[in-house]
Design a protein around this ligand. Structure first.
Ligand code: NAP
Ligand code: G4F
Length: 344
């Protein structure tokens, strides 16, 4: 029988890679999309167009409990991947209540819907929760692993801690097959443009082509453990294939600074970042997470998960992709006919 999966956050970076992976494995893939005045489906256009779309989209929102319950009853998924969230750490300081509602309580709403359907039908639904290394915040040990205590440093981190523990609680209380992936930062050419890596590669490419003069950043000394999103979604899938649900850290176990990311990105284009990067205090956070370094030994051993893309390859992939994008933008901006086509 063909397995059915539901992905919340299917229009996001991870949602798009996970949808591709599940389609390639023969799943019937359903995605939750929220209503917006624009399409917002750029990352999954190739999966939703044509006579036989590979991914079926449904309107819904993590803030709408009854809509989620109806959708779960309608689709009767075997696997649910909860990737939807207000996922920007800096934005969570400006929108703390909204972040709590969507990122924390939204997870509870989804779990409640699953619990009801599982109770009614007796069919087990496997659940993946997108937990985050941001939960470790002001780290109490390095590297961080599954047993490291949380010390979140942002409304986003606090919301993710709630979502994490409510998932564990539903696993223990209601026999749900619910797993949390504690993923460290993962990036790609599809990364949102306001996260630091994409902001850097996008700007470096535009500067190279003379389309931009400067790049304004905040804390260049922050250290992160960056991997490739395409590798990380494989770990999500592997977690739901295990006989028993559990929690896993997913990381590269490598530390790099934002400054180093700048150096490599500009360097790829033959530029020196010192000539273009300026510090703007607006991009500093009220409370910073200085260092995140993950120990993914459990996931590598129990899941057999192995990342394929190195840090250096990730930077090159993102810079090359953004250079292509900037070239296309420059071409399109050249003639009004091209812009007309864009509007259509
Ligand atoms: P992303 O690109 O920001 O995608 C977030 C997704 O959530 C988008 O599809 C977005 O829809 C959707 N969404 C936002 N609010 C929603 C709501 N109220 N109802 C329904 N959908 C909503 O994030 P990502 O990088 O793919 O990350 C996926 C998940 O992993 C997130 O939960 C994130 O917090 C978590 N995570 C990410 C990382 C990382 O480094 N990328 C690390 C650890 C954990 P729109 O397209 O309409 O905005
Ligand atoms: O790219 P960032 O915004 O990612 P951050 O805050 O680590 O959060 C990402 O990873 C989390 C996993 O740990 C996810 F849960 C979360 O959803 C998200 O995907 O910032 C990385 C670092 C920070 O220390 C920040 O202060 O870069 C520093 N930074 C310096 N200048 C900047 C900037 N960050 C952004 N976004 N923009 C800047 O101009």
């Amino acid at each position: 029988m063909q397995r059915r999966a539901l992905i919340t956050g299917v229009t996001g970076q991870d949602g798009s890679y996970l949808a591709e992976l599940l389609v390639s494995k023969g799943y019937a893939v359903h995605g939750l999309r929220r209503r917006s005045s624009t399409f917002g489906t750029e990352r999954i256009e190739h999966l939703i167009r044509g006579n036989e779309p590979c991914v079926h989209l449904h309107y819904g929102d993590l803030s709408d409990a009854s809509g989620l319950a109806r959708l779960i009853r309608q689709i009767r998924p075997h696997e649910v991947y909860n990737l939807a969230a207000q996922s920007h750490v800096r934005v969570s300081f400006d929108q703390p209540a909204y972040t709590a509602d969507v990122t924390a309580v939204g997870t509870l709403r989804l779990l409640e819907a699953l619990r009801d359907v599982q109770d009614d039908t007796g069919e087990q639904i496997r659940f993946y929760q997108a937990s985050s290394s941001e939960m470790f915040g002001k780290v109490v040990e390095t590297p961080q692993k599954e047993t490291t205590p949380f010390y979140p440093r942002s409304p986003y981190g606090v919301a993710k801690v709630y979502a994490h523990w409510i998932t564990v609680n539903y696993r223990e209380s209601y026999d749900l097959h619910a797993s949390c992936g504690i993923l460290f930062n993962h990036e790609s050419p599809r990364r949102g443009e306001t996260f630091v890596t994409r902001k850097i590669t996008r700007a470096a490419a535009r500067i190279k082509l003379g389309m931009q003069d400067k790049l304004y950043l905040g804390n260049l000394d922050a250290q992160r453990d960056w991997g490739f999103a395409g590798d990380y979604v494989e770990a999500m899938w592997l977690m739901l294939q295990q006989p028993t649900a559990d929690d896993y850290v997913v990381a590269m176990n490598e530390l790099h600074t934002v400054r180093e990311f700048c150096e490599l990105s500009f360097g790829r284009l033959g530029l020196d970042y010192n000539d273009f990067v300026e510090i703007d205090p607006r991009y500093f956070r009220p409370a910073e997470v200085d260092l995140l370094l993950g120990d993914a030994t459990k996931g590598r051993t129990k899941l057999g998960w192995t990342p394929r893309v190195s840090f250096q390859e990730l930077v090159e992939m993102m810079v090359d992709s953004d250079l292509e994008l900037a070239r296309r933008e420059r071409g399109l901006a050249g003639t009004s006919a091209s812009l007309d086509r864009m509007a259509a």
